[in-house]
Design a protein around this ligand. Structure first.
Ligand code: ADP
Ligand code: MG
Length: 319
């Protein structure tokens, strides 16, 4: 069973950033308004994520670590309409099979917090306010072959930051703080979307982009998109979300790019942060263990919606 968990973990946990992504997903699913990420050695030595969400009742703490244990869906029908970031019940089990892990949590009505050590199963009283802290230490300590694939601390840190960024863009209503080696390295306070985009992607991004907002059939597209001049071109400023979930989707990317086919030549890329909203039954998010890929029931419809939304925004800005 240990072996099976570790193999499964390989699909979900590739590097510290994967852990950050999964734990922040959980914090957001728990209704957190503030998420704090504390890293040591690019997240390889330690990842500590604290939230002020609903907490985990003490009798459910051991369950949270069980494979395929999720509190978020109860039936196949729920899976068709899933709105939470998580639903597979794999992340905590996976992480705890490849790292040292401890969970401290307190629900609103609990007299104090409880801490569960994943390895020993030992449950002890702990001190913290409402919410959950998850501490992950020495990633891949028991799978040296995988640990060897990790890059430098600086690179792993950059990936961790990128993971937080992706969440921060989608949830401007939540405050995010990132610490590394005891130093505050990012702090994004809750703000309206445009301010959050500015805080995370910079003034240039706002200057280079226009607001996008269009409903095309069942697909709503909003956010900002634009074309920086060659000097500022940043292929990494391309963020797409489907129902609040960061996705990498060729169809969407192509739809956006095609709105710029007259103005962007060669390899020049548009920059964008676009949010697609679509009825959950029209998109399958359960395609990949990390949920970074989705499958649309009608891909063409989504492609056209992305293109038309950006076209419309460009028309407005040129008028
Ligand atoms: P999933 O998110 O797919 O349900 P996870 O393995 O990520 O699976 O988490 C397992 C369960 O642990 C969740 O369903 C949830 O009940 C609980 N949980 C994990 N993290 C938190 C958190 N930060 N706050 C509240 N509950 C949490
Ligand atoms: Mg989860």
């Amino acid at each position: 069973d240990e072996l099976i968990s570790q193999i499964a973990a390989g699909e979900v946990v590739e590097r510290p950033a994967s852990v950050v992504r999964e734990l922040v997903d959980n914090a957001l699913d728990a209704g957190a308004t503030q998420v704090t990420v504390k890293l040591l050695a690019g997240g390889i030595r330690q990842i500590l994520i604290e939230d002020d969400g609903c907490g985990i009742p003490v009798d459910e703490l051991p369950l949270a670590l069980k494979r395929h244990a999720t509190s978020k869906i109860r039936s196949l029908d729920d899976l068709e309409h899933v709105l939470t970031m998580g639903f597979r019940g794999e992340a905590l089990a996976a992480v705890s099979s490849v790292a040292e892990m401890a969970i401290s949590s307190r629900t609103p009505d609990a007299a104090h917090a409880h801490r569960l050590d994943a390895r020993s199963g030992e449950l002890s009283p702990a001190a913290r306010s409402q919410g959950t802290s998850i501490e992950v230490r020495e990633l891949f300590f028991n799978t040296p072959a995988r640990r060897k694939f990790l890059k430098s601390e600086a690179t792993e840190l950059a990936h961790c930051l990128e993971a937080v960024k992706r969440h921060a863009l989608a949830r401007p209503d939540v405050g995010f703080t990132v610490w590394h080696e005891g130093k505050l390295i990012e702090q994004w306070r809750a703000a309206p979307l445009e301010q959050r985009l500015r805080d995370v992607l910079g003034d240039d991004f706002i200057r280079d982009s226009v607001a996008v907002q269009l409903q095309v059939g069942p697909v709503r597209v909003s956010g900002r998109a634009g074309t920086p001049d060659a000097a500022r071109s940043r292929a990494d400023h391309q963020y797409c979300y489907v129902n609040g979930r960061y996705v990498r989707d060729k169809l969407l990317a192509h739809g956006v790019r095609s709105a710029y086919e007259d103005v962007l030549h060669g390899n020049r890329q548009p920059v964008y942060a676009l949010f697609v909203e679509i009825a959950p039954e029209l998109v399958d998010v359960n395609v990949h263990p990390t949920k970074i890929e989705v499958r649309f029931r009608d891909g063409r419809e989504v492609h056209q919606a992305a293109r038309k939304a950006v076209d419309a925004a460009l028309a407005v800005s040129r008028a």
